[in-house]
Design a protein around this ligand. Structure first.
Ligand SMILES: Nc1ncnc2c1ncn2[C@@H]1O[C@H](COP(=O)(O)OP(=O)(O)OP(=O)(O)O)[C@@H](O)[C@H]1O
Length: 228
């Protein structure tokens, strides 16, 4: 589903954000990406989403080399990817329901089906009464849940979630994590960046730890070799 081979990402004048990262995420996996601030978690997700290009190395997403995807084809690739990114904000001039409906409308789903799916996902994030509100009328945590709803409404093949529970209280954190878990059980491959150690312990999924741009540990490998 995602393969990175010796990926390097260098921003001008900075230490490398990613350094020789080789990593595979298989279809159907649920993987936590963790590591201290600045370790490269968001950078890795942005590269997979084709929001930026690697400096060197190769990235395959759905088997396609992203460096060879034409700019005009990127939106099509992204239709299969749901994202919860800090810099991928809700549209302030659209209601919550319109924001969530957006990924379905660009795919041309019939209006009735869009409404049904939007109602169902808003219910599942506990925001069924907020569909008519504008994002700025919601709390930070509610906006976060709308972003999660928008990312999941189209049952994407791949979900990239960067600190999706960062603004949430413990109860809402578990609700959102349960939604990601349920999406995974329906077949979505999930990659979640988080600082929250309690989530890693609670969900016992594969954990890839980045440190200063390198893969410092990979929980799946550790389990396979019986060292953990
Ligand atoms: N657009 C950019 N321009 C320059 N440097 C950048 C840019 N984006 C990230 N960096 C640098 O790349 C490194 C990795 O950043 P990144 O945001 O990927 O880390 P992170 O692990 O997601 O951190 P956090 O947990 O704080 O979000 C940092 O040193 C950061 O300063």
């Amino acid at each position: 589903m995602i393969q990175l081979f010796h990926v390097h990402k260098q921003y001008a004048g900075e230490a490398p954000a990613l350094l020789d990262v080789t990593l595979g995420v298989e279809k159907g996996e649920f993987v936590f990406l963790t590591g201290p601030s600045g370790a490269g978690k968001s950078t890795l997700m942005r590269l997979v989403f084709c929001a930026e290009a690697a400096t060197s190395g190769q990235i395959l997403v759905f088997g396609r080399n992203v460096a060879k995807v034409k700019p005009s084809q990127i939106p099509y690739l992204r239709r299969s990817i749901g994202v919860v990114f800090q810099d991928f904000k809700l549209l302030p001039d659209r209601t919550v329901a319109e924001n969530v409906a957006f990924p379905l409308e660009v795919r041309g789903l019939p209006a009735r089906e869009v409404r049904r799916k939007v109602d169902a996902i808003l219910r599942s994030v506990g925001l069924e009464l907020k569909g008519g509100k504008f994002p700025l009328a919601l709390s930070g945590g509610e906006q976060q849940r709308v972003a999660v709803a928008r990312a999941l409404v189209g049952d994407p093949a791949l979900l990239l979630a960067d600190e999706p529970t960062g603004n949430l209280d413990p109860e809402r954190t578990l609700e959102v994590m349960d939604l990601l878990h349920a999406a995974n059980a329906r077949g979505t491959t999930v990659l979640v960046a988080t600082h929250d150690r309690s989530l890693l312990e609670r969900y016992k999924k594969r954990v890839v730890a980045l440190e200063r741009g390198r893969v410092a540990a990979d929980g799946a490998e550790i389990r396979r070799t019986g060292r953990a």
